[in-house]
Design a protein around this ligand. Sequence first.
Ligand code: CA
Ligand code: CA
Ligand code: CA
Ligand code: CA
Length: 351
Amino acid sequence: MALLFMEGFDTGDADLVGKWNRKPIAPDAGPSTLYGRNDQGIRFTSNATPRRGEHAFASSTEDVMICGAAIRPATLTGSPTNASHGFFVIGEDGVHTSDDEHCSVAMGLNGVLIAFGPTNNVLATSATGVMSVDTWSYVEAKFTVHDTTGSIVVNVNGTQVINVTGEDTRNGGSGYANMYRFGSYHLTQYSMDDLYLSDDTGSSPHNTFFGDVKVSKLLPNGNGNYSNLTGSDADQTDNYLQADENPPNESDWNGSATAADEDTYALEATTEGTGTVLGIQVTNFASKDSSGTISGRNMIRTNSTDYFGSDEVMSESWSTIQTIWAINPNDSLAWELADLDALEAGFEVRA
Ligand SMILES: [Ca+2]
Ligand SMILES: [Ca+2]
Ligand SMILES: [Ca+2]
Ligand SMILES: [Ca+2]
């Protein structure tokens, strides 16, 4: 584990088809290009009603979480008073509910960033003006959860603006940093795009700050190597046409009752001419239509070789299945843009 999750807000419907697995995302506006820096983004409200999204990594016992996102405040007139008012809020899955997170980073009056501890205490405040109205900044925070040696480091556009060390950042529980939440606090309205979450395990560059990054989508746009599934159009020809919509729909689909049947699709070319690829995240939208336990798994095909995600039990409700490949499993090196242009992604039916 290292790179945990990424979200560009560019695929999916209003609640991003359940990618936010603990609390459906509920921005006050978006996803929309009005609130994006790179295609679509979301906006959190200036209304007093909390708007939130929450993602948990239930199997993680890590004490560190690293968050990065592009953030553009529309107002900087609020004075947050509670850890839950942050845009990066760290908690513990199954232990912490709405207002008892471990710690957070929030945005306040005159463009300050504020690090909150487990009793809603202020651990540190940045200089004023590190955030500016109507200006995108790339904000990153590394949270280490501990009763006495906790730390919170915050960078804005690669420059450190908060450095808390030797503090209590743990609010009971086991001290796991395995739940992320963002949300809003009245008087502070902001847009967000290009979010990543990681921890500090594994190797460079996936165990520390990435710096400013984009999260971009590549939709299916052609046939791949496999076409075993049968489309809702009753054939096995051009199955990618059933899997290329954004947002995904439930009206056309590809499926099979036979374990090991699989489809892969060609993907859109990246629009990036240069750059470093820090990982890919395959997202499928899947359901089952018969009784019994039926699983499926994400797959990719690169350099004529297939690689698979974990088995996921499907339900009769459509849900999102996501798999991260931070590096290319074919050569155990970083993904290159040329790898992405040749990449196929798809799905395999399992027993
Ligand atoms: Ca975006
Ligand atoms: Ca504590
Ligand atoms: Ca067809
Ligand atoms: Ca479809």
